[in-house]
Design a protein around this ligand. Sequence first.
Ligand code: NOJ
Ligand code: CA
Length: 574
Amino acid sequence: MPRVPRRTSTILDPSRTPAAPPVVGAAFGDDWWRRGVVYQVYPRSFADSNDDGIGDLPGLIAKLDYLNDGTERSLGVDAIWLSPIHPSPGFDVGYDVADYDAIDPIFGTLDDFDRLIAEAHRRGIRVILDLVMNHTSSAHRWFEASRRDASGPYGDWYLWRDGVPDRFGRLRNPNNWTSFFGGSAWTWDEIRGQFYMHTFLPEQPDVNWRNPQVRAEMLAMVRRWLERGVDGFRLDVFNAFFKDAELLSNPRRFLGRRPYDRQVHRYDKDRPELVEFLAEFRALVDSFPDRMTVGELFSADPGLAPKLTAPRHLVFDFELLRQPWSASAFADASEKHEQRFDDDRWPTIVLSNHDRSRQASRLARGADAAASDAIARAAATLSLTLRGTPFLYYGEEIGARDVPVPWPEIIDPPARRGGRLIRLVVPWWNRDQARSPMPWGGGPNGGFSAARPWLRLAPDIGTRTVATQEGDPSSVLVAYRRLVWLRRRHPALQVGTYRRIVTTARDVLAYERVAEGETIAVAVNFGRAAATVRIRTGRKWTVIFDTHERGIPDVHADDQLTLQPREAIVLQAG
Ligand code: NOJ
Ligand code: CA
């Protein structure tokens, strides 16, 4: 897969930058980042317009009506976040950016991008870009210049260090830091005659955020995209930008599956300088109306996310994503969520993304398709009714599952890196499995492309497609549509307070959301058996959503309500 980027002629020219088209028909005004639903598009796998087997921007534009055409026939999302679309040699499938100001020709042109913004805004959909600023590609011209001339203008743009001679005079790594993708975080560069640091692959050198020119250049680039009409950014591993000024070695820790886990990452991330940088970054983003950002925290400490959250600036908390399918696990995680993200701090709800096992597989290990779909619908209910901004991952709305990829076909570079045997000792999750092409239906290769897709298709491509689910009221897709539109109609589901309702049924998680005079309750039966709950408050409750669509009558005080296996219901107090 890795390929050398072609230089593009579409360098962003501010004088050509069109005025940002307004977002028309957007439902929530400046509050959209809190009330709305964000949908992550993995552009390579979403929709292919020119039949080269790779998804692209014109393909995405053609599917915008599917995402939100203003009616309940569409999914109804408020924003799309695009994984990186810039020129890249593809060592980390786009997370190794070779030119921040251009669009990779495999995805289209800047004109296509402008059209995407205009067409999305016309439908009330905001567009969020992925900003990968911790590192560039080693093919970026800054790195090329930096490795060639230590005293030149780019000499100090990366983290270069001399080696440390050992007692035999051999040069050793400057410190003990490890790469998240395996091996040392330092690679020797023959051209420069020094080591450079990389948190991820050697083809992803970390930039030197202490250099004011790097900072100014990055922020100028951010400004250009904002001027172009981008509504926000997802910040890749933003808490790794700053490293200790002295580059001290990390303390060791004895337990941990991979070498990366066997260090306390005290000196290679989460440095205090981050706070000041975030303030500068936010001031820039806030100087444009209605924009938002969401930070990807690269950390095992879930307590950090709320500390770095600010109005209109979210930080992912992956706590829910780590839970097994159990009422008590989700209840505890939601409680923690509530404690950490108090009234002022707004949480995110994430159950899947391009780095993790898809929720319909992860939460339903070993289950058949019907059980996996039932769990997918119940999980969707949680995702769209817990307090926080939901981030959906393309394909989850049709209950897409992980697609096993045999070793010779693996593309994800970190998964290939260790080789077949080392993988048995140090397993690395192959992220290809969660990135398979979207099955639209009605054409070759699941309607994704007439050409062989860049990545293996799901084995159930013939039956699990958007087309097959659209007309099926019991499908995962129809459940998602109903839930998103329900959320759009009910402020309590968007911004309401969260309070857990204690039930005696072990497998049931129930909670209440209250706002603007509305009270909504949610009950989810995680179990494989029916579970009965008693409604104790002296009110009448109307069922406004039911994953099983079985026409439950109104529920009154002291009524018993039996939930079917894996059934989730939403009730409104009368
Ligand atoms: C986090 C991204 O989500 C992941 O896909 C990528 O490999 C690393 N950051 C490095 O950019
Ligand atoms: Ca294409």
